[in-house]
Design a protein around this ligand. Structure first.
Ligand code: SAH
Length: 345
């Protein structure tokens, strides 16, 4: 709930509305129960506990990378569902990658999350709870957020916008929009909506192919909105917000990494305020894809830069701990299924 909504709810419930701000601040400091709001009277805390609840995410599994200290979490939500998130340390501070849905409907062929189907949207408080659970677990303050975990944020648009409003609020965690990125597979209608809100958010777009033939094969969403429609929306976003779009491009050997692909990509992005982020594809179990070679990736970058498009290779963090999303949950589910089979036998 926003502060205004808490005030309204308190008024409707006959509770003192001047307490709303104090309660709001406690909630955003990451308390797990009303009991912890120590400057509130016992009677008031009990009333709150009877009428409201706080969404808490519990750490179900934690994997710490020996290579770079990246921490991968499997978190348990109040209804027993699980989502993943990742804490990364950069020179400018801590960054968290959070999930926006339990599972995903988009079914991109290279992605581990899509393979386990879709369960439900996350509520705004469950997105906040991920940040809070990790801050508490590591005793750190997170300064950057990327909505790049499980799920498609623009398929859970209202809740994601509310989360953004809450997490950036002065009396909340106060993480500014300039420190938040949102990654989408290309829900075009929502890109226009988002642009019109003129938030100072960074938009990342999972492009992964320069044309419809390749993109429709790997990303079913392309059959709804094709590359041309997507790039038109991206140009609108960049023009309206003045923010540079970041295109994600997973380099998949012999699928989308040829010199022709690079040339076509450069042609299509020509003149747009953007940056291309190349990601050697993660060889997720069952997707059958292979990473492009370093040589192929460098060739690709060279062609793009000759045509005026800046591109970099994304740094790989946590490669020893299944740090890319969907992989940990899948393994966890397989292990649990394995244990259950064992019991049956
Ligand atoms: N649904 C959103 C955000 C979640 S996925 C989106 O599609 O952007 C986060 C990023 O990881 C996306 O760019 C996605 O395409 C990419 N991704 C998924 N599986 C991958 C894999 N096996 N290798 C490399 N990148 C992958």
């Amino acid at each position: 709930m926003t502060l205004a909504e808490i005030k309204e709810a308190f008024a409707a419930d006959g509770l003192p509305s001047f307490r709303a701000l104090q309660v709001y601040k406690w909630l955003h400091r990451g308390v797990k129960s009303f009991e912890e709001m120590s400057d509130q009277s016992k009677a008031f805390r009990q009333t709150l506990a009877q009428r409201y609840y706080i969404a808490v995410a519990e750490v179900a599994q934690r994997l710490v990378s020996k290579l770079d200290g990246t921490v991968k979490y499997l978190l348990r939500l109040p209804d027993g569902e699980h989502v993943e998130c990742v804490l990364m340390e950069y020179h400018h501070g801590y960054s968290i990658c959070i999930s926006s849905q339990v599972g995903c409907k988009m079914n991109c062929s290279f992605c581990a999350t899509g393979k386990s189907g879709f369960s439900r949207d996350l509520t705004p408080s469950e997105m906040l709870a991920q940040v809070q659970a990790v801050q508490e677990d590591r005793q750190v303050r997170i300064s950057n957020i990327v909505l790049m975990g499980m799920g498609e944020p623009l398929d859970n648009y209202e809740n994601v916008l509310r989360f953004l409003e809450l997490v950036s609020s002065d009396d909340g965690m106060n993480i500014g929009m300039r420190h938040i990125s949102l990654s989408t597979c290309g829900i075009v209608d929502r890109i226009y909506d988002l642009a019109d809100r003129r938030l100072q958010l960074t938009l990342s777009v999972s492009l992964h192919a320069p044309n419809d033939a390749i993109r429709s094969r790997t990303m079913p969403v392309n059959r709804r909105w094709n590359v041309e429609e997507l790039l038109k929306a991206c140009r609108y976003y960049a023009d309206t917000t003045g923010r540079r779009i970041s295109f994600e491009y997973a380099m998949i050997s012999s699928v989308n990494d040829s010199a022709d692909c690079a040339k076509e990509l450069a042609r299509r992005l020509h003149g747009m305020l953007c940056h291309v982020n190349l990601i050697p594809v993660n060889e997720v179990q069952g997707n059958g894809y292979r990473k492009s070679s370093q040589e192929q990736i460098q060739k690709f970058i060279k062609i793009l830069s000759e045509k005026g498009i800046t591109a970099t290779v994304r740094r790989t963090l946590g490669s020893d701990i299944n740090a890319s999303c969907g992989q940990l949950k899948r393994r966890y589910q397989e292990e649990v299924a394995g244990i259950e089979n064992l019991h049956e036998n």
